[in-house]
Design a protein around this ligand. Structure first.
Ligand code: CAO
Length: 264
């Protein structure tokens, strides 16, 4: 009996048994290599050059409630409908940036490779990142300082149509002086945009989201909130200039009627 008990106690308990590994048969694909060419090759070259720039980052949130209401009402306006224009937020972002650049021309400048000379650009050629089936492209709207919001919308539509067909010319793709990247049309809140050398600043715009915020009476209200993330060349742009520029851009977008005051 004693021998029998000892033998039983030496049996391993079920939990200490080596588990059986079941390996289902998974079909394995074949690795594929392809040359990096076209827009992707251009992106590799320009982004590698850009990352030599010491980037400074600055973020803020914009209350787009009034702007969203304005855009909604303008979309139904005969002046917009009859011209066959799809009025998105982009023309407002671009025009407001140009208006703010008037006050902070250093943000619309370029620096040479050795960073020995800075050139203040006379034109506001505002680039916008565009996601196409062929890859990222950054066409620019020329002379935004002389264009109305409607002019910008028309030019954006032209550039988007050509960009989607892959038939933008060199003129539309070069000569940019400042860039905006509306990644929010796809999703996301914050981004870390990379400066398009030799420009000195770029802004990435996040998705407009309906979120609770306090109004001036301390009441919780529904607000359309959007984040902006700026990157600037810290060799020539200080944080205070970037912050003041962003504040002004924010004022124009949060109170669209103030844009009328500064429109030229
Ligand atoms: N938040 C919420 N909705 C937004 C938005 C935002 N930030 N930006 C645009 N939208 C809305 C538009 O208002 C539009 O809505 P309606 O159909 O109701 O009018 C819808 O999203 C689609 O907009 P769109 O993309 O057709 O047009 P757009 O002028 O707003 O943007 C463009 C144009 C070229 C900026 C955009 O298409 C695009 O390519 N964005 C991606 C940019 C990108 O890839 N950046 C990363 C660069 S680094 O790799």
């Amino acid at each position: 009996k004693a021998v029998e008990r000892e033998t039983t106690s030496q049996q391993p308990s079920p939990s200490t048994k080596t588990p059986q590994i079941i390996r289902p048969s998974v079909p394995v694909g074949v690795d594929r290599s392809e040359p990096i060419k076209g827009f992707k090759k251009a992106m590799a070259k320009s982004m590698t050059a850009s990352l030599r720039i010491p980037h400074f980052g600055y973020c803020d949130e914009i209350d787009m409630t009034s702007m969203a209401a304005l855009r909604h009402s303008l979309k139904e306006n005969p002046m917009v409908k009859e011209r066959g224009i799809k009025l998105s937020f982009m023309p407002f972002f671009i025009k407001a940036a140009s208006m703010a650049l008037h006050h902070f021309p250093v943000l619309n400048s370029s620096v040479d490779e050795a960073c020995e000379n800075i050139t203040y650009k006379a034109s506001h050629n505002i680039g916008f990142a565009m996601d196409t089936s062929l890859g990222l492209i950054v066409p620019n709207v020329k002379n935004v300082q002389s264009l109305s919001v409607m002019d910008v919308a028309i030019e954006l539509a032209r550039l988007q149509e050509l960009g989607n067909k892959g038939s933008l010319g060199a003129t539309d793709l070069t000569g940019g002086t400042f860039t905006l990247s509306n990644i929010g049309s796809i999703g996301g809140t914050y981004a870390k945009p990379v400066i398009m050398s030799p420009e000195v600043a770029i802004g990435a715009i996040g998705r407009v989201q309906v979120l609770p915020r306090f109004n001036s009476k301390g009441e919780v209200v529904r607000a359309s909130i959007m984040q902006v993330s700026w990157s600037a060349d810290h060799r020539v742009i200080d944080g205070a200039s970037m912050a003041r520029f962003s504040n002004l851009w924010k004022v124009y977008l949060e109170n669209p009627s103030t844009m009328i005051l500064d429109l030229k």
